[in-house]
Design a protein around this ligand. Structure first.
Ligand code: PMP
Length: 456
């Protein structure tokens, strides 16, 4: 086995880490941690340090680490057939079975699954399908996509544009001109408006209407949103938000893309976030929970309305000019089938509902009254603690104070992993669905301790 210092040197000299402060890493200021193994909610590094991973990797290892059934399914698929493509009507038993399993679980107006590798490329596919759709319908000017500030939809060119976080735009010449942003449904951050929650929903709707009016409805193709804002701060929408937004979209013939990369396959305690909020999507993005990240696989679930038009388009224009070498990769598909089976067999979504609400309740009890905690919020197995400098005036700390990262680091030093969300002092929790109540207690107790260490 390689020595740790050797690995550290190779890491520093060769490995370009994503979403990492490159200069700080080079200076050795960031944690250098090499993860070796994992079981259920715990991971272990090469030095034998065991940590409770209360963020499930990047909210993706939903069934937990070390699941033998999925590992066996991957190995069996790799031995039988590691790869064949899915172009011009080809497939494998695993990819065809998985497409049926997904449609069996998806809202009833969904029709087909297009497989990709990551959440980003699935959203890229969505945008291309939307443009193709409107070209077939003879409305080439109806192309813009509306996204929300603080939405997260990937980090490619168009998907990084959809992502409504400054860090993903700045110095990359984004967003592209076809993407326009509207108000984030983030009630807690808009105390300046002095509105009730219902009034704030009406405000978000009015902002959307005004944007559509400004741009012209005949130039707007689609609206994309996560049922609950994820990377932008783990923010469930204000009351009545989705019903009111959908009304506006219908009125202006604007398609709805529901990005369920985080919420798909049980994170909110229902199979899809769309079930939870009564969303009628034209396209649904899936990734992370589809395989619980045992292999890279994503999908765009295409609704019946769009599917009919796409079919008509290829009759006129030849095969659809959109394909990835790894679309429906057999190993990813085998992992997906085994993962969805496990989700059912272990009734993990029911556990998620039970322990997720317990985690949110106990976190609120432990921290809800702390002078520097503005809000504890969540839904299903998602929970966030947002820090404020002053509760009454709802003022926030300077980003330079790094309060969120400091609390996350103190918690990490106590062997619990939470995520300091990238914009604002927000500590995010998204544990695997197999979290036990005892583990939830540990997360809450240690979080309260870390908050005390940093903020008193
Ligand atoms: N959509 C959402 C809602 C996400 O949270 C993410 C990733 N965090 C993505 C898309 C992009 O997925 P990927 O990183 O697999 O490209």
């Amino acid at each position: 086995m390689l020595r740790n210092d050797q690995l550290a040197e190779w890491d520093r000299d060769n490995f370009f880490h994503p979403s990492t402060h490159l200069a700080q890493f080079a200076r050795g200021e960031l944690t250098h941690r090499v993860i070796k193994t994992g079981t259920n909610c715990h991971i272990e590094d090469r030095d034998g340090n065991k940590m409770l991973d209360a963020f499930a990797g990047l909210y993706c290892v939903n069934v937990g680490y070390g699941r033998q059934d999925i590992a066996d399914a991957i190995a069996a698929q790799a031995k039988e057939l590691a790869y064949y493509h899915s172009y011009v009507g080809h497939g494998t038993e695993a990819s065809i079975t998985l497409s049926k399993m997904i449609l069996d679980r998806a809202p009833s107006n969904m029709s087909k699954v297009y497989f990709g590798q990551s959440g980003s490329d699935a959203n890229e596919t969505n945008v291309k399908l939307i443009w193709y759709y409107n070209n077939i319908l003879g409305r080439p000017e109806k192309k813009k996509i509306i996204s929300r500030w603080r939405g997260y939809h990937g980090s490619g060119l168009v998907t990084g544009s959809l992502t409504g976080l400054e860090l993903f735009h700045k110095k990359f010449d984004l967003p592209l001109s076809q993407v326009v942003h509207t108000e984030a449904p983030y009630y807690f951050r808009r105390a300046d408006l002095g509105q009730s929650e219902e009034q704030f929903t009406a405000h978000c709707v009015a902002e959307l209407e005004a944007l559509i009016e400004r741009e012209g409805a005949d130039t707007i193709a689609a609206f994309i949103g996560e049922p609950v804002l994820g990377t932008g701060g783990i923010v469930p929408p204000p009351a009545g938000y989705w019903a009111a937004i959908q009304e506006v979209l219908k009125k202006h013939d604007i398609l709805l893309v529901v990005d369920e990369v985080v919420t798909g396959f049980g994170r909110l305690g229902t199979m899809f976030g769309s079930d939870h909020y009564g969303l009628e999507a034209d396209l649904i993005t899936i990734a992370k929970g589809l395989t619980s990240a045992y292999a890279p696989l994503s999908g765009s679930i295409v609704g019946e309305k769009m599917w009919k038009v796409l079919e008509q388009g290829t009759d006129e224009n030849g095969p659809i000019g959109h394909g990835w070498t790894y679309s429906a990769h057999p190993i990813g598909a085998a992992a997906g089938v085994a993962n969805l089976k496990l989700l059912d067999e272990l009734d993990l979504i029911a556990n998620n509902r039970d322990v997720g609400s317990y985690l949110n309740k106990t976190m609120t009890e432990a921290l809800g009254d702390h002078a520097n905690v503005g809000e504890v919020r969540g839904e299903g197995m998602l929970c966030a603690v947002e820090f404020v400098k002053d509760r009454d005036s709802r003022t926030f700390f300077d980003a330079a104070d790094k309060i969120g990262p400091q609390v996350a680091a103190a918690l990490g030093a106590d062997a619990v992993i939470a995520r300091a969300m990238p914009q604002g002092d927000i500590l995010g929790f998204a544990p695997p669905f197999c979290l036990t109540r005892a583990e939830a207690d540990e997360v809450v107790t240690k979080t309260a301790k870390a908050v005390k260490t940093v903020l008193g």
